[in-house]
Ligand binder design. Structure first.
Ligand SMILES: [Zn+2]
Length: 575
């Protein structure tokens, strides 16, 4: 895209009316010469969000530190995907005519190449979609999809398709249409071996995965052949297709989600289509076991609330915990859709009674924190020792949480069980100071026990370091062993640094779990964030020890370090 002239950007800056923009989403009242409202970036009861007078061109929140101008507002709250998009949208809205710089030949060439690949992906999507309804070998796919209750118009809306078997149907056609083998390879649609382009998807149902604006970035594809090793394959990871930064269905969900005030996140493509059938059109799929921070940020630009619609089993609970962790620096409220055990949205939507169950479950979603509290306490049963363990676990889950109505509700549910608020408050503080020691002293409670939030954080770091050893090993080497809370994690740290495969038998389950998580991949940004979170916890534990020892100087020194780590984590959120 040719560059917008700086003078035009200045003109947009002075013409954009931030007050008008903010008022579209936040109720503002005038007090003490300022406009105040309840912060749209964090959950609060009393207004601490305001515009800075006299010009009202900057917003600032005294509660969470969110700050920015009209350009960041467009990116954070109105769905602009980049600074330039925010410039264009503001120019449009406030009537500024943009002037552009002349562009260089190299830039032009790169832009044309990009456009070719984009066009190739769109054509592939149209080709697959046509094949689903036309190709003879797509008959079982049609039967399968229609048999699951998905009507043809819905399948066409989602551009569900069929990649013909054989392996050259798409490539051959693209080459005849003037695309190069290199462009096929770059788009992830084919692999070039010995000068021959071989289709990447063959004999599979295809689901196009688009960016927020509906531009095809890649595909997910399902086989119906029970002998195939992988039921689902995705486009290869590359510059364009990054699974962890995309959400299936986001382009179709945006408007409905914004209108409803929430988005529903499910696990798979057919879940999203099932939710649509049930009248929940603000639905997307995260194509993995838990949402990433990047995906949550995409959603937070559109809606203030995300409702998780995962399996109702233990894995769903773990995914929910990981989502809480990923959402730590993202201004979004989390809730859980409670489905009947053993059911998923795609299957429920096949019958009209199932669709009613589904839409009712979405409508009555529970805030995530209180839901986790109920689940954890429910699993503890009647034994006092188990209940103590549950309280300690919940203490460590809740203590690091910023104040919010959801946290109030979560604490209310704990105390409703007869635990006094004072006692639980002590649990929360003890969780901070002695979480690590408690875990060492308690024998491993068996596989059913979900890990504490600290353990989740540490595992995340170890798994990402396994996934990205070049960046991860120096990080682990640079940290002290005591930064990790449990002896297993300390041992694992050394094994990851040394690149050992096949860990000692007592660590084999941990190795398997970490490698499974590492297989999901990750970005270096996430690795950096994971490192900072573990570091922050280590510093907080040390602060607890310093306070207990009465060492004020050390306490203040550590507190300053925590502040720096927090600032670095916020920096990662782009605010
Ligand atoms: Zn705030």
């Amino acid at each position: 895209m040719p560059r917008v002239m700086d003078a035009s950007i200045d003109e947009v800056r002075s013409s954009a009316d931030l007050l008008e923009l903010v008022r579209g989403q936040v109720q503002l009242t005038r007090r003490g010469g300022r406009w105040w409202g309840r912060c749209p970036f964090h959950d609060e009861r009393t207004p601490s969000f305001c515009l800075i007078p006299p010009e009202n061109r900057t917003y600032y929140c005294y509660g969470c530190g969110a700050t920015g101008d009209a350009f960041t507002w467009m990116q954070e709250r109105e769905g602009a995907g980049s600074f330039m998009e925010s410039v264009e949208q503001l120019a449009d809205r406030f009537g500024v005519e943009l002037r552009y710089e002349a562009s260089s030949p190299q830039e032009d060439a790169r832009r044309r190449e990009n456009e070719r690949i984009r066009e190739l992906l769109e054509r592939a999507c149209a080709f697959y979609a046509a094949m689903l309804w036309r190709a003879d070998d797509a008959a079982p796919a049609r039967e399968y999809l229609l048999g699951r209750g998905f009507p043809e118009d819905l399948l066409r809306t989602f551009r569900v398709g069929w990649a013909p078997a054989g392996g050259t149907a798409l490539s051959g056609r693209a080459i005849r249409e003037g695309f190069s083998r290199q462009q096929l390879d770059q788009s992830g649609l084919a692999r070039v071996r010995g000068g021959v382009a071989q289709d990447f998807f063959a004999g599979r149902i295809t689901f196009p995965i688009c960016d927020a604006r509906g531009r095809v970035q890649g595909f997910g594809a399902r086989t119906l052949d029970p002998n195939e090793r992988a039921k689902y394959v995705n486009s290869p990871e590359g510059d364009r297709f990054r699974k962890r930064e995309l959400l299936f269905g986001l382009d179709l969900a945006r408007q409905a989600a914004a209108k409803a005030g929430f988005a529903v996140v499910s696990e798979g493509y057919t879940d999203v289509m099932g939710l649509h059938l049930a009248g929940v059109e603000g639905a997307v799929a995260c194509m993995g076991t838990a949402l990433t921070t990047t995906q949550l940020r995409l959603l937070a630009r559109v809606v203030p609330e995300v409702r998780l619609c995962f399996d109702a089993d233990q894995a769903g609970e773990q995914a929910a915990r990981r989502t809480i962790e990923a959402a730590r620096d993202v201004p979004v409220r989390l809730a859980v859709v409670g489905l009947p055990p053993g059911s998923d949205p795609g299957d429920l939507a096949a019958t009209s009674s199932g669709r009613e169950v589904l839409s009712a479950a979405v409508a009555s979603a529970d805030p995530l924190l209180p839901w986790l509290v109920d689940r954890r306490i429910g699993r503890a049963g009647e034994s006092p020792a188990e209940q103590d363990r549950a309280l300690a676990d919940l203490g460590s889950l809740l203590e690091g949480f910023p104040e919010s109505t959801d946290k109030d509700e979560a604490i209310r549910r704990v105390t409703a069980l007869g635990v006094s608020p004072v006692l639980f408050d002590r649990f929360m503080r003890r969780a901070q100071a002695t979480g690590a020691r408690r875990r060492e002293a308690t024998p491993a409670p068996g596989p059913a026990e979900p890990p504490s939030l600290d353990e989740v954080r540490e595992r995340r770091l170890l798994a990402l370091a396994l996934a990205m050893p070049t960046a991860g090993r120096p990080m682990l080497e640079g940290m002290r062993e005591e930064h990790l809370g449990s002896p297993e994690h300390r041992a694992a740290r050394q094994l990851v640094i040394d690149g050992v495969e096949g860990w000692p038998s007592d660590l084999a389950p941990l190795e398997a779990a970490l490698r499974a998580e590492a297989a999901d991949g990750g970005t270096e940004e996430e690795l950096g964030d994971a490192y900072l979170r573990v570091e922050k916890r280590a510093l907080e534990r040390a602060m607890g020890a310093a306070r207990a020892a009465g060492d004020d100087a050390e306490f203040l020194r550590l507190q300053a370090m925590v502040k720096r780590v927090e600032a670095a984590l916020r920096g990662g959120s782009g605010r």
